[in-house]
Design a protein around this ligand. Structure first.
Ligand SMILES: Cc1cc2nc3c(=O)[nH]c(=O)nc-3n(C[C@H](O)[C@H](O)[C@H](O)COP(=O)(O)O)c2cc1C
Length: 362
């Protein structure tokens, strides 16, 4: 029942939401532009913007963000209680994910007629305060409006449709995030795909042999009937409902690298294109900015009905990351993903704004 409901139109979803029929952990997706609280206080409007920030992608859907609203400023914090010390010891993925949420926040803000001043790490890189965003009503929208893509976006974790990507579209996506000190490389030839598949396979073999790594990642796997507000339901990987029941425990306990390597090799060889996103710097600020660019790229791709699938494993391993660095020859690799077309997928759970809003907000 729940599954059927999540594929229905926005209007029906609104009605079902009102009837309390959408499972609580998916209700965040039931956000309607027409509910923007026009004419009330700026704080209420900023709170509404957060409903779009929380729909951002995050590593294992750990949603590692917190927000505070103070008059016309939204402060964005890293929620380090949601870090994965064995999978993401540097917190690179965590800060990249926060960048994705920031991107959604800025895109939603502009859509509803705000311009903004963005101040990164105002208390220094050691502070959990990632950014202050001061909003001001402007009434004019700057640049391309990616807002409608926020609720359409989803990550693909199984096979794409067999459909080629247009080179002009790939070029347009690349031009869209053309900013100094950040680089995007495409790989479409079979030799590069083989090299990446080999890198990802070796990463899986090393990482999944490590019990701490498995347990850390396994903690974020969810059954297909999950009522948790976070984590990765196994339907996203194409795992059938009954199998999903025992899978998280099996993943934590046993080295399933053979199955995972087989699966990912197929996905990599079968995709239309791979991409590596890299940057000149490799610190928290570079990771957050990578996340902002990634989400802009992701939403622009969504506009073309192109979806992404991530392979973060080699980037999380120092030696394999070095190999990838040599392959792309420019910058520190921050993200490795494939692109392709896909049929519509069910969304993943989200926490609600109440769950991520800090008390101090006035
Ligand atoms: C920085 C980053 C790294 C990610 N790495 C992986 C990955 O290595 N493997 C994977 O299956 N998904 C990865 N994802 C996708 C997330 O699992 C996905 O965004 C999350 O489960 C929420 O689902 P959604 O994007 O469909 O909303 C990554 C996402 C982000 C933002």
């Amino acid at each position: 029942m729940e599954r059927a409901i999540l594929f229905v139109s926005n209007n029906s979803k609104k009605m079902l939401g009102k009837l309390g029929m959408i499972s609580k952990n998916y209700i965040a997706w039931d956000v309607q532009e027409s509910d923007f609280p026009g004419g009330i206080s700026t704080e209420d409007q900023l709170r509404f913007l957060l409903r779009y920030a929380i729909l951002a992608p995050s590593g294992p859907n750990n949603q590692p963000w917190k927000f505070a609203i103070n008059t016309s400023t939204i402060s964005v914090y890293a929620d380090l209680r949601r870090s994965l010390p064995f999978v993401d010891p540097s917190n690179r993925t965590l800060y990249t994910s926060i960048g994705c949420a920031l991107a959604n926040l800025l895109i939603a803000g502009e859509h509803f007629g705000f311009n903004y001043k963005l101040d990164f790490f105002p208390n220094g890189l050691e502070s959990n305060l990632v950014a202050d965003v001061k909003f001001k009503k402007s009434g004019t929208t700057v640049g391309e409006d990616l807002f409608p893509q926020i609720t359409r976006r989803f990550t693909v974790k199984d096979n794409y449709l067999e459909k080629d990507l247009d080179e002009l579209v790939l070029q347009d996506l690349q031009d869209f995030i053309d900013v100094p000190r950040f680089y995007l490389y495409y790989m479409t030839d079979p030799a590069s795909k083989s090299a990446i598949s080999d890198l990802v396979s070796r990463a899986h073999r090393i990482q999944l042999a490590d019990k701490d790594f498995r347990r850390n990642l396994g903690d974020w796997l969810r059954t297909n009937w999950t009522t948790e507000p976070d984590g990765m339901p196994l339907y996203t990987f194409g795992v059938p409902d009954p199998v999903s029941l025992g899978f998280p425990a099996a993943f934590r306990e046993f080295d399933l690298s053979k199955v995972v390597v087989y699966r990912d090799s197929g996905l990599i060889h079968g995709c239309a294109a791979l991409a590596v996103f890299s940057s000149d710097a490799d610190d928290k600020l570079a990771w957050v900015r990578s996340g902002i660019l990634l989400e802009n790229f992701f939403l622009k791709a969504t506009k073309y009905d192109i979806r992404l699938s991530f392979f973060s494993q080699p980037i999380g391993h120092p030696l394999l990351r070095e190999e990838l660095t040599t392959m792309i020859q420019k910058g520190y690799p921050q993200l490795l993903f494939s692109l392709g077309y896909s049929e519509s997928k069910r969304h993943t759970p989200r926490r609600n704004v109440d769950d991520v809003l800090l008390e101090e907000s006035s």
